[in-house]
Design a binder for this molecule. Structure first.
Ligand code: HEM
Length: 141
């Protein structure tokens, strides 16, 4: 497996989580950091906002795959990255979905080569959409 692929998938999941939030219902009244959550109240966990919180992710808008490298992975704060949710009700398909994304990427890379167009601004802070629009695909036989 290409090391770059191992860090690319979580990088895309951080910036573009396919599910923007999850919810939980409080089983009992609880006070967390001075905020009281009454029993039965629904609490939302906004993945999208969490994944772009500058206190958790310096330069949050930047596409920096090295955040998930072997060396840096341990610096990620618990519960700051959760595209598949967390806890006993997290996504049961997580491992399967991650494996499928990698298989799909390998299949695409086996048949196509990619190059950026002249209009593409290549910077460390590119919006993924722009990148996709400007990419040229060449089918490799
Ligand atoms: C990129 C693909 C996927 C993403 C981003 C995703 C994300 C999520 C998220 C955020 C949750 C809520 C977890 C929580 O509230 O803590 C969830 C739940 C769940 N997912 Fe996925 N999922 C994906 C693919 C799949 C696949 C492929 C399957 C099945 C083969 C699957 C089955 C489930 C099930 C059954 C639950 C409910 C688990 C429960 O309530 O105990 N998901 N998923």
């Amino acid at each position: 497996m290409l090391p770059s692929m191992i860090v690319m998938v979580p990088t895309v999941c951080r910036l573009y989580p396919s599910i923007a939030r999850t919810d939980r219902v409080a089983k009992e009244t609880i006070t967390v950091k001075g905020i009281t959550i009454p029993k039965n109240m629904m609490v939302s966990v906004p993945f999208f906002a969490l994944h772009r919180d500058p206190e958790l992710w310096p330069e949050p808008e930047e596409f920096q795959p090295e955040r998930f490298s072997k060396e840096n992975r341990d610096k990620i704060q618990p519960y700051s990255y959760m595209p598949f949710g967390t806890g006993p009700r997290n996504c049961v398909g997580m491992k399967f979905a991650q494996a499928m994304v990698k298989v799909a990427l390998v299949a695409v890379l086996q048949h196509y080569s990619f190059q950026v167009c002249e209009e593409t601004e290549v910077s460390r802070c590119f919006p993924l959409k722009k990148m996709c629009i400007c990419l040229k695909f060449t089918y490799c036989t």
